[in-house]
Design a protein around this ligand. Sequence first.
Ligand SMILES: Nc1ncnc2c1ncn2[C@@H]1O[C@H](COP(=O)(O)OP(=O)(O)OP(=O)(O)O)[C@@H](O)[C@H]1O
Length: 748
Amino acid sequence: MMKQVEGYVERITYRNEDNGYSVIYLSNPEPKADEDDEVCCVGFFSFVSEGEYLVINGRETVHKSYGPQIQVESYETKRPSSQVAIEKYLGSGAIKGIGAALAARIVRRFGEKTFEIIENEPERLAEIKGISMKMAVSVAKQFNDKRQMRQSVIFLQEYGISVNMAVKIYKFYGEKIYEIMQQNPYRLAEDIAGIGFKIADTIALKAGFNQDSEFRIKAGILYVLQQSGSNGHCYLPETELIDETAGLLGIERENVERELDNLTLNKELVIEECDGERRLYQSNLYYMEMNCGRMLHDLNIPYKIKPAVLEKKIAAIEKKDKIELDKMQKDAVFQAVQNGIMIITGGPGTGKTTTINTIIQIMESEGFDILLAAPTGRAAKRMSETSGMEAQTIHRMLEIDGGSLDDDRGGMHFERNETKPLEADVIIVDEFSMVDIYMLNALLKAIVPGTRLIMVGDVNQLPSVGPGNVLKDMIKSEFCNVVKLNRIFRQAAESQIVTNAHKINDGEQISLDNKNMDFFHLERSAGKDVINVTVQLIMKNLPPYVDATSYDIQVLTPMRKGELGVENLNKVLQAYMNPRMDGKNEHEFHGVIFRENDKVMQIKNNYQIKWERKNRFGDVYEEGTGVFNGDTGIIKQIIEAAEVVYVEYEEGKIVEYNFSDMDEMELAYAITIHKSQGSEYPAVILPIISGPRMLLNRNLLYTAVTRAKKCVTIVGSSDTVRRMIKNVNEQKRYSTLCQRIIEMGEYK
Ligand SMILES: Nc1ncnc2c1ncn2[C@@H]1O[C@H](COP(=O)(O)OP(=O)(O)OP(=O)(O)O)[C@@H](O)[C@H]1O
């Protein structure tokens, strides 16, 4: 039943600082005979403090353990007018520096007029013993800030903005928010993480902006360019940019053209004519490519080391490790020692790790300081295991600033940069195919000439998720020594996965006859049959075969949408692997059900989020921060009342997420092949029937197959597999790093 209650906030017994969910007790000023003199209210409150007077509308409910309470649906703050309330509010801790005693003194002096005086004549507070003029000013400021923030939040809520977001916005703009909403709400999309063009556009249209307002078009153009960055592009050809923007905004091309000129005049975008085409860059990406081109040349200096000395050292390592490096591997070692920059590329089993380990030993024997890094946490972990030396993520190596946002605008700040470079003689970075232009730029800025940079990766893997085609462009520019390892050392009999991966890469068809032990194909043509087989494999056949659990086996798929897309497969696999059950809590977020015991994946880097490790008695023995894009874990607990989810990641790291942060995770029974880059799994299942030709290419199949350590099973159409092997049309990437490297080389 709906009910309205009002009264002073007596006490706040629980508050979740992130989302404002609180349990509060209101004093009932005039309790009727059958009423308690305190009313418990639960719900979301933005800034209530003890002593405030609230009018609450809500639903009467009875909690099993706590008894009757009101589930708050809306509330209003009334200014406390009686002296008691004023005193309570002032002394509640809401205003820094004023405790209960001081509050009592203030109210004794100014009575009912206390608030008026704080607002209009704050200097008079200094008349009171114990309050200096400085403090009087601070009290007035805090008092006003709180009031203004409250008003702004209410104002922003009228435009459909949530309380959390409104607070964030107010903290950024302060009182300017009114002006911004009036003049250009599209600025929100530029300044506030979490507000994109689409939300800003809804707000602006609600606020009465026209379809073809100058701000809307500008914001639309920038949005389209930013989106293209998320699709891996560093620029867009002008015609494509105009068409997409006009389509997005539902306006004429001419209007877009007009604003495009203004944006380039103001240097917000950079335009370049090349090969008869006009290219438009977000200016940061344009300059990043150019600077990377220059820095790569700066680092690429020769080092003189006598070949005979090197030969001797290699021979000693070969003897110790009982291995004989082949010509290419030796060449790689030579190049690494003799040059400031080098690239080693090769497919699976071609001896990259063996080569890196030899290089490390040689560098160590020279007394050099070596740093090892990789783009993701999992890749870094693997590198540590295979080298026996600590490897870290590139972000950690560059000492990412905890407050950085790893968004698609590259808003990251690192402690290590041109003014405080990395102190090392040699830096080796593995899985370089995953490095985008932002990461390359940050890395190069932190390396000074005199430090060697060795980049290792498989150029045939999918390129980075972020903008750029870094590894490929660097190789294509031929600016430095590149060693391409192409001999497969791992025995063919040992691994059909490796053999097939190389065949796929060379465009050779693979045999899908199930005559080996680690590469299978089950022909099915209907989506529903593919799903049934996938479920059967993951639940029953594969775990004992590869000596792993169902949760270790990874379903990889090219697409997000459709019957065999990530979203649907996750729903189906969840229903089988972790069905709804009494006592198993669940929570729905944006249409997806998350349940205790679900396998989930973190989908963006979060450097601030805290993790804990507990011993078997539940005591915390280790704490740290950071969960990274691609980390997978299991939901251990969901607490609806506190709005939190606990996820356990590798090595028993437990992370608490607020419900509002659940957009950082996805179910992970099935994930896209793109997301699987840099990870390995004991067994991989690939359900493939058909899909867009653009997407289904050789590159994608190759990446998927090379993720498996012990077993690959393709379920679906062999015809599509054959077509994928033939399809060399990789998704196009508009990037000009190669050209910049060549241009910069000409100035040297
Ligand atoms: N010169 C060599 N002679 C004999 N065996 C070699 C040689 N180089 C590498 N190997 C062996 O080949 C296998 C694959 O090598 P390695 O792990 O170095 O390759 P990789 O390119 O790093 O592979 P992946 O990318 O799949 O991990 C290993 O078992 C390794 O011992």
